[in-house]
Design a protein around this ligand. Structure first.
Ligand code: URP
Ligand code: ZN
Ligand code: ZN
Length: 469
């Protein structure tokens, strides 16, 4: 099956130009000049021609931070691999990198195999895994080497959540040394969880039990301190470091200092930190539970959002991922009624990342190529998927989104496809809409219809990061 996408503007991380994209089977075989002889003969020979007049033709989104059906906080994230990856496709994301989790006392390999089995045959789009190491033992360290050879080339550790996923500095250093040897990327949840728990307990004892307290006790200083510590440990451990879900401007400053010193330190932020504030979203009584996530939503008084957008321009923030970890208000977030510490942490957003970050183009915060770079190209390079994913060029997978920059619509629980009983983004009006999505050459979303099926997505064995300095 050959498909020609014509009359559109093809966007890459370096520019946006009129071009025609020829797909043969699962891959892109040519990017052609409109009106050229090659384009005309491609059109004559194509099985299907898609007219993208007035539309942007962009590489499918690559969301490198999702948690489908993650057991967390006494419940399980409400999107499973089927519903979550389908929702991602609706929103123009054609690749996710999710997490397999080794919990304390468990064997890394067994945990990884179980996660693979859970996802097998259920994904709508291609998927890979990072490995969460929740118990840094000698055996776990050895297993990291084997996983890298099998395409799991990044490992997440937690400086937060004592008693759950937490690693101490010695364990972190040892894991980093292991990554220095095997080429893996160290991903870090950088918050001082020990200190946070002290403030959380003190607040609870004072009777401060509402969701907003989550935001107060998870102080920006604790994110900044942990980010600084992670950077110093990575320097000594000689490992590349990727800070996940960065929300505080003070943490961003630490990343910028490290990067100005030439270190292999990178950071990701998420749409929720660009859109929400403690005052407007967390501080609304129980309803604020929808916005409980970690790192937390920050205060608007400190202009974190402006600094994050700036970081997205300067590349101190290189990636936007969602940290998609949805919990319904009913029965899930409700576990924390009367005790903010028991609210499951997480926000659902895998469907909306491309649109939400496109608003940065609309408002002039970022350029059109930068949108593609942040949402597709750099995540792919960072996580060892490039050039298979994240770019429209011959030889790459035909993961392509046809995007209407003129459309306007309003995000709502009524029109989203995620398995969650509310939308954190309810009522936000956006410019731009995903019209058509191709995943490895198959049209899986078109004309407001889902045309794919469960199991279309393939597991991705990833290479080492090709983003390192
Ligand atoms: O609140 C969050 N971020 N939930 C998901 C788990 C994590 O720390 O990424
Ligand atoms: Zn985290
Ligand atoms: Zn996460």
């Amino acid at each position: 099956m050959t498909i020609l996408i014509k009359n559109g503007t093809v966007v890459s991380s370096t520019g946006a130009d009129p071009a025609e994209v020829l797909i043969d089977g699962e891959v892109i075989v040519a990017v052609l000049q409109p009106g050229s002889e090659l384009a005309l003969s491609a059109e004559n020979g194509a099985d299907r021609v898609i007219d993208a007049t007035g539309k942007l033709v962009v590489p499918g989104g690559v969301d490198v931070h999702t948690h489908m059906e993650l057991p967390f906080g006494g419940t399980i994230a409400s999107d499973d691999f089927e519903t979550g990856t389908r929702a991602a496709a609706w929103g123009g994301t054609t690749t996710i990198v999710d997490f397999a989790t080794q919990s304390y006392g468990l064997d890394v390999r067994e945990c990884f195999d179980a996660r693979m089995e859970q996802a097998e045959g259920r994904c709508a789009i291609d998927y890979g895994f990072h490995m969460i190491i929740g118990d840094v033992t000698d055996a776990a360290l050895k297993e990291m080497d084997l996983l890298v050879n099998e395409g799991v080339t990044s490992f997440k550790l937690f400086m937060a959540y004592p008693g759950v996923f937490y690693s101490d500095d010695g364990q972190i250093l040892r894991a980093m040394q292991q990554c220095a040897g095997n080429g893996g990327l160290m991903m870090m949840h950088a918050e001082n969880g020990i200190a946070i728990d002290v403030l959380a307990e003190q607040a609870y004892e004072r009777g401060e039990t509402d969701p907003v307290t989550h935001g107060y006790v998870r102080r920006a200083e604790f994110e900044s301190e942990a980010t600084h510590r992670a950077i110093q440990l990575a320097k000594v451990g000689a490992a590349p470091l990727y800070i996940v879900h960065l929300s505080a401007k003070q943490a961003l400053e630490q990343v910028a200092i490290a990067r100005n010193n030439g270190a292999n330190v990178f950071a990701e932020t998420c749409p929720q930190y660009l859109y929400f504030s403690l005052e407007e979203h967390l501080d609304q009584g129980w309803d604020g539970a929808a916005y409980v996530c970690s790192t937390p939503i920050r205060s608007h008084h400190d202009h974190h959002q402006d600094e994050l957008w700036k970081g997205l321009r300067t590349n101190d923030l290189a990636v936007v991922a969602t940290d998609h970890c949805p919990f319904c208000m009913k029965e899930q977030k409700e576990l924390g009624v009367g005790d903010f510490r028991a609210i499951p942490n997480g926000i659902g957003g895998v469907e909306h990342r491309m649109d939400l970050i496109f608003q940065g183009v609309v408002t002039g915060e970022i350029s059109l190529p930068r949108w593609v770079e942040l949402c597709s190209t750099t995540p792919s390079r960072m996580m060892g998927l490039y050039p298979r994913k994240g770019i429209i060029q011959p030889g790459s997978d035909a993961d392509v989104v046809i995007y209407d920059p003129q459309a306007t619509w309003t995000i709502s629980v009524e029109n989203h496809h995620m398995n969650i009983d509310h939308s954190a983004y309810e009522g936000i009006e956006v410019n731009g809409h995903v019209d058509t999505v191709l995943s490895r050459g198959r049209v899986i979303v078109d004309n407001n219809q889902y045309l794919g099926s469960m199991g279309d997505g393939q597991y991705l064995r990833r290479g080492l990061s090709s983003y390192l300095i």
